[in-house]
Design a protein around this ligand. Structure first.
Ligand SMILES: Cc1cc2nc3c(=O)[nH]c(=O)nc-3n(C[C@H](O)[C@H](O)[C@H](O)COP(=O)(O)O)c2cc1C
Ligand SMILES: C=C(O[C@@H]1CC(C(=O)O)=C[C@@H](OP(=O)(O)O)[C@H]1O)C(=O)O
Length: 359
């Protein structure tokens, strides 16, 4: 069982080759209009089997809401949602039943638990991220009420930077014509890797607009630490950068500081976060996905009895997980922000009084 969040909480259940996956979202205020078409559209943006850049496993990823919604609005009780698996092909995994795929979670799951659902990696499969996107859609509906807008896009695939995207200088560029705009050279790199039975990695950029000042709980639940935790919890994510990230360690203070005028910050090197608290500027976060571990080139590994063996995989895999992963990262950002919005309501006595005293 995984749990996430303080006020706006969610947990997911299910395995990739089991009967179903789902989530429970708790702490959602009553009265939010639930747009089921919006939720399904979010699911469709992530779902597998939609194009040649994704795994061929075809799933409808249709979400059924089981609780917490009445006459189209949240009731303040926990919202549970279920997504039935339709297209498991577990026979693809029969030859890796007793061996560990390099780069996947097989080795660590088996050593930690002594038992492993080898079918698609079970719980370690990113199929679980479907449930996160369902939960994230509820968070987005809350954020929509506050006009907070979370978007994502691909800024790099296999080391190829998006042309319209000034990756080295995020804070000055007009980057946010986003929405998973994978450019042609990047698409070609994905197909080239796929055709040579290999895979590529990539970087997604998450941008949030209309962020109120004050989100984030110092000192131990800083907004940036919560975002990093959420992003690093996504399968295949190996690094997270807030704002200019690594670049901030390479430039001088004068060039990194965002100077302030009465109508706002002149630049946004910080990624919209200072002292763990949102400063009202856009939040910009880059999420680095490694190349898909399951590839179709023969590799060396060991089996559960420590014998050295060759590993030749079958099945259906994403040649580049960053593309669909960007939607997951966007959902995780929405979940963190929804949580922080609710937590922040009690940061000042004026806000508490607004709720508890008659106006
Ligand atoms: C959206 C998405 C799709 C993924 N698809 C695959 C896949 O088809 N095959 C695969 O081996 N790994 C895939 N992964 C990555 C694995 O789930 C991940 O590498 C594995 O669980 C090991 O975890 P780690 O890479 O975080 O250490 C995907 C990840 C994401 C986010
Ligand atoms: C099913 C999804 O992606 C899966 C993620 C995944 C992995 O190892 O993470 C491996 C593949 O699983 P399978 O071999 O069972 O098809 C992908 O297809 C999904 O995203 O919904």
């Amino acid at each position: 069982m995984n749990s996430f969040g303080h006020r706006f909480r969610f947990t997911t259940f299910g395995e990739s080759h089991g009967k179903a996956l789902g989530c429970i979202v708790d702490g959602v205020p009553a009265g939010i209009k639930i747009d089921e078409e919006f939720i399904q559209n979010e699911m469709n943006r992530r779902k597998p089997g939609s194009n040649k850049y994704a795994t061929a496993r075809k799933e409808g990823d249709v979400v059924e809401i089981l609780s917490g919604v009445f006459e189209g609005h949240t009731t303040g009780t926990s919202i549970s949602m279920i997504i039935f698996n339709e297209n498991q092909k577990s026979s693809d995994y029969s030859n890796v039943k007793d061996l560990f795929r390099p780069g996947h979670a097989d080795f660590t799951y088996f050593n930690k638990y002594g038992i492993r659902d080898y079918r698609g990696g079970g719980r370690s499969s990113a199929r679980e991220t479907a449930a996160r996107v369902a939960a994230g859609a509820i968070a987005k509906l809350l954020l929509k009420e506050l006009n907070i807008d979370v978007k994502s896009g691909i800024c790099e695939i296999d080391g190829i930077k998006a042309e319209n995207f000034d990756f080295e200088n995020v804070s000055k560029s007009e980057i946010f014509a986003l929405d998973t705009n994978v450019e042609q050279a990047q698409k070609d790199a994905i197909l080239e890797a796929k055709n040579s039975h290999n895979s590529v990695g990539g970087v997604a950029l998450i941008n949030v607009k209309n962020v109120p000042i004050g989100l984030g709980e110092p000192l131990y639940f800083k907004l940036d630490s919560q975002i990093a935790n959420a992003m690093m919890g996504i399968n295949a994510v190996k690094a997270v950068e807030i704002g200019d990230g690594i670049l901030a360690s390479r430039v001088k203070g004068y060039d990194n500081n965002d100077q302030i005028r009465k109508n706002g910050f002149k630049t946004n090197h910080s990624g919209g976060i200072l002292g763990g608290i949102s400063n009202g500027d856009d939040i910009n976060v880059k999420v680095y996905f490694k190349a898909t571990p399951s590839i179709f080139i023969e590799q060396e590994t060991i089996d559960i009895n420590n014998n050295e063996v060759d590993c030749k995989l079958k099945g259906r895999h994403d040649p580049c997980v960053a593309v669909r992963g960007s939607v997951v990262a966007e959902s995780m950002m929405a979940l963190v922000l929804a949580d922080m919005v609710l937590l922040n309501m009690s940061s000042k006595i004026e806000n508490v009084k607004k709720v508890y005293t008659k106006q």
